[in-house]
Design a protein around this ligand. Structure first.
Ligand SMILES: NC(=O)c1ccc[n+]([C@@H]2O[C@H](COP(=O)([O-])OP(=O)(O)OC[C@H]3O[C@@H](n4cnc5c(N)ncnc54)[C@H](O)[C@@H]3O)[C@@H](O)[C@H]2O)c1
Length: 267
């Protein structure tokens, strides 16, 4: 696995799921991690588990839609560890409703977390990432959680797809703007297929409701049948890709998207 020795990482939405697994892998790879989330009990438990197994982790309450929360999270990372090398914009929400069914409140929540959260994290962390990049041969790194729904259209989840499409292109634009400014902050996205997390389970429930089967196991099987590799993804599949993109092994990658989907978008 790629190494992150001496690096300091801030991960949003990392109390559980893909973010939680990434925090664990990053700590195993030698990074000091700061876990931000809304789920305080789960976030503290994830940090405690990392510390108990010899890693270094802190938890901070971080609502990615709030500037003050970002300031507190960045202050925790820099006051504890003196710098910030890696930002993982992982927090996200899923609402599996169609164009004609979704309410304005639901749409505003999707945009606030999945898009404003990524923009704010990038903006607020840029000064610290830029500073630490001065002392690193391969610069600092941002990894954004997009989705295969941010590369191809989604007939069942069009609004979620719209937010992830935004993340896909914002990643490329961030890479270009920060390169133009000479910040030496690499910015890449990762595009998971269907991953077995709480959000993965939510997608099966939503699909079951919308296709009329009302049985999440039926929609799970329907999705599974579309995965060429023959299994659904797990958080560890995605965490490995994030660790790579955050590491110096990806030192010549910026503005790129790493697809980890068992071949779903190869067809
Ligand atoms: N699971 C999948 O199939 C899948 C596929 C493609 C992309 N993704 C993306 O991967 C990322 C992680 O998803 P996951 O599957 O681990 O889901 P998850 O629901 O298990 O985890 C998401 C985390 O984000 C947190 N969160 C939600 N709103 C927040 C906010 N305002 N501020 C801070 N944290 C907040 C949640 O509390 C939760 O801990 C998301 O961006 C998601 O869109 C997931």
């Amino acid at each position: 696995m790629a190494r992150l020795d001496g690096k300091v990482a801030l991960l949003s939405g990392a109390a559980r799921g893909i973010g939680g697994e990434t925090a664990k892998l990053m700590a195993q790879a030698g990074a000091k991690v700061v876990i931000g989330d809304l789920l305080d009990d789960a976030g503290r438990a994830t940090a405690a588990a990392i510390n108990a197994s010899g890693g270094i982790a802190d938890y901070v309450h971080l609502d990615v839609t709030k500037e003050d929360d970002w300031t507190a999270a960045i202050n925790l990372a820099t006051s504890r560890h003196g710098k910030l090398d890696i930002l993982v914009n992982n927090a996200g929400v899923f609402i599996g409703k169609g164009i004609e069914e979704i309410s304005m409140a639901e749409w505003n929540l999707l945009v606030a977390v999945n898009m404003t959260g990524v923009f704010l994290g990038t903006k607020m962390c840029a000064p610290a990432l830029r500073e630490s990049a001065k002392n690193s041969e391969h610069g600092s790194a941002i990894v954004n959680l997009a989705s295969i729904a941010g590369i191809v259209g989604s007939q069942l989840d069009p609004l979620y797809s719209m937010t992830k499409g935004g993340v896909t292109l914002f990643t490329k634009s961030t890479a270009l703007e920060f390169s133009r400014k000479g910040y030496r902050i690499r910015c890449n996205s990762i595009h998971p297929g269907v991953i077995e997390t709480d959000m993965g389970a939510q997608t099966f429930v939503a699909r079951a409701q919308r296709t009329g089967s009302n049985d999440p196991n039926v929609s799970r099987k329907t999705v599974l049948d579309t995965v060429p590799w023959g299994r659904l993804g797990v958080a560890n599949d995605i965490a490995k890709g994030i660790v790579f993109l955050a590491s110096d092994d990806a030192g010549y990658m910026t503005g790129a998207g790493l697809v980890v989907d068992g071949g779903m978008t190869a067809t």
